[in-house]
Design a protein around this ligand. Structure first.
Ligand code: OGA
Ligand code: MN
Length: 276
């Protein structure tokens, strides 16, 4: 196994590894790299849905997919992202993730690690982009770091759902299953003790602040992370596995020609601690 830096400030590329036969020491090395670098790019893998799930399980407790409609038919803990429709049935979710976000932040114990694996990828477009809220936090003036340390943010699945065009309204059962949660704006990584901003566009608003002002603050912090800060844009090839730590990274999907090209991705998410 060979680990090199992707960008100077975050990310690693891992070569010469087969994720199906990960040894205990390799796993420890990968976990360390993930803690410190936030995102790992691992190319040339060959994984079935069940094997991807096994990889996820080596990193923690795999959580149930939130949306039952896009589960893998044989391996329900694997979530499918795709624009492919077979016999009138979409194979996966074609629409989510195009705004900068961190996965399932609207849960009390949001996702720590996401494993995204490419089966079919368009020749152009459909990159996934990454930016580090840890780098953004480190760059803030100390007075602002102190100020933000005390702000709490409401994360809302209902708010996210409201941005989904043509979607049926959430059922009472879904609303009850996914109530809003409050997390600190600045969270501490449990393994490295480093601090990072924790926010998502369209899903989060500061508590006790005028909503317009709060929205502005979220957008401003987002811009500092994703415009003023470095961004890694991953160009997918079939067989790529990308793993990221949602506690210090933001990510987003980018567009592609959905009429011309097919995209098929499998995803597994591993539960994290309650943010602190
Ligand atoms: C995700 C996600 C982006 C993409 O799987 O959580 O945001 O490019 N995916 O599919
Ligand atoms: Mn996502």
């Amino acid at each position: 196994m060979n680990i090199r830096d992707l960008l100077p400030s975050f990310g690693s590329t891992v070569d010469n590894i087969d994720m199906r036969t990960l040894s205990v020491s390799e796993r420890a090395e990968l976990k360390k790299a993930l803690n410190e670098r936030g995102v790992l790019v691992i190319r040339e893998q060959s994984l079935s849905a069940a094997e991807l799930l096994e990889v996820g399980r080596k990193f923690g407790l795999v959580e149930y997919t939130v949306r039952g409609d896009f589960q893998h038919p044989d391996v329900p803990d694997v979530y499918v992202i795709s624009n492919i429709v077979e016999d009138g049935k979409p194979l996966g979710n074609p629409n989510d993730g195009f705004a900068w976000h961190t996965d399932l932040s609207f849960l009390e114990n949001p996702t720590a690690f996401t494993f995204l694996y490419a089966i079919e990828t368009p020749p152009v477009g459909a990159n996934t982009e990454f930016a580090s809220t840890q780098v953004a936090y480190d760059r803030l003036p100390p007075a602002q770091q102190d100020e933000f340390d005390h702000i709490r943010v409401r994360h809302s699945y209902e708010m996210l759902h409201a941005t989904r065009r043509n979607a049926a309204p959430l059922s009472a059962e879904e609303l009850q299953r996914m109530p809003d949660v409050i997390h600190p704006l600045v969270r501490t990584h449990p393994d490295t003790a480093r601090k990072a901003l924790y926010l998502g566009l369209n899903t989060s608003l500061p508590v006790g602040m005028d909503p317009e002002e709060g929205q502005k603050l979220i957008e401003d912090l987002m811009a500092r992370t994703t415009i003023n800060g470095p961004v890694y844009s991953h160009e997918w090839q079939p067989g790529d596995l990308v793993i990221w730590d949602n506690r210090l990274m933001l990510h987003r999907a980018t567009d592609y020609d959905k009429k011309a090209y097919r995209r098929l991705m499998y995803r597994v998410t591993v539960k994290g601690e309650r943010p602190f």
